[in-house]
Design a protein around this ligand. Sequence first.
Ligand code: SAH
Ligand code: SF4
Ligand code: F3S
Length: 476
Amino acid sequence: MEPIVDIDFIDNRTPEQAAACDTHITTESNTGKTRKLYIESYGCAMNFSDSEIVSSIMHGEGFDTTADIAQADLVFLNTCSIREKAEQTVRNRLGQINYYKKKKPAMMVGVLGCMAERLKKSLLEEEKIVDLVVGPDAYRDLPNLINEVDGGQKAVNVLLSREETYADISPIRLNSNGVSAFISIMRGCDNMCSFCVVPFTRGRERSRDAHSVVREAQALVAQGYKEVTLLGQNVDSYKWVSEDGTEVVNFANLLGMVAQLSPELRVRFSTSHPKDITDEVLHTIRKYDNICKYIHLPAQSGNSRVLELMNRTYDRDWYLNRVDAIRSILGEDCGISSDMIAGFCSETEEEHQDTLSLMDYVQYDYSYMFFYSERPGTLAARKLEDDIPLEVKKRRLDEIITKQRETSLARNRRDVGKLHKVLVEGFSKKSDEQLSGRNDQNKVVIFDKKHYKRGDYVNVFVHDCSVGTLFGEAVD
Ligand code: SAH
Ligand code: SF4
Ligand code: F3S
């Protein structure tokens, strides 16, 4: 595991996950197009996946992607609004981009994604450098919007849609290791968790045509990809009904359809919602060897009163019952991770202790942990007072992080002395003599390279671990 990056966020993902979710992403595609697009993605994997759709649309408009911002004719920031800090990061970045724009005044700058949707045209007034503002459901309109900017105007489209899933657009894979890829299976969210801005920035939940998901996975298999992650804010409420109403596909069905494509393809998914994850889904995971035994099941809090204020629509007992179901159907070794929010409105010390005791019970393999950040327009911002002092939020978050580090280490120690099937993603960060990959439970495993390479499945005997990494030896 990486060290704590800052108090607001503990980063214990693989470098690829971190790259996909947090920092910016850019890669080159050089197919002789006349103009260059530089695109950075912030926030969650959905945004990263959207940037691949945007790149595909822009490719059709005569843009290649570039990894060098100085070369760019068009700069896109695909942004996140989830916490105040996420938006501040983007504003700081716009300040830096100003430096390039001064050198190259013709450079166009667009803000896409959740911050575009939240702030709409006021972003044009607040950030003078911005030429276009485009919400997550309006990417098909990019060609028109670019035309407007080419014509000397500023352009905005932040219309949300009830239908758009970009099902027919083949994403251009950005920053790909050629081994794993994201596939969006749905968009939006209908769960009004009181702290969360996503329903406002991403609109209503809609599920993508199941056959288009399968076709995309099939195309990835044909290109040699070995792992797909099916993405949605709440994958368990996936439900696609064919136009004539004869076909109904739920998430368990979809998982099975993708898993059947190839036994060599690993299938992952994120995010599961505790209120919706069914035993049918758990049995499907058990049925297929290539569906990874790993579930991201964000709890947010371990206290039922706080969960009610958060409008999560489950309580502590319900959550623990789902964890028990995972353990009984998929076994003790199934990986479980969580998201936790410290210091939500009116949370008492005892209620915070409930979060720590829930973590003790579940024994998460890892968690993403945050302190509460009030977001304008959300239910909590309108109805509840953000009354926990910052230093108390930070101290509680620290306690949650400390607990998670203990639990991660304990869980990793269980893996020592066992054989793990690892999908190689590339070299380890520290040495080209070592490879890095992940086991079924999504844990990073490092081992000596020998004759193995990226994309191989390798049996690794794990002999040591740290809080975030397993170390082992390939067994031929
Ligand atoms: N759909 C996912 C979460 C997406 S947002 C789910 O329901 O679990 C990712 C995480 O950001 C959330 O799980 C939550 O822990 C955190 N988060 C969301 N809004 C937040 C806020 N206002 N302050 C702090 N953390 C927040
Ligand atoms: Fe936000 Fe809740 Fe939807 Fe997750 S389920 S995106 S936390 S509203
Ligand atoms: Fe952020 Fe939007 Fe994702 S707010 S977390 S980029 S859905």
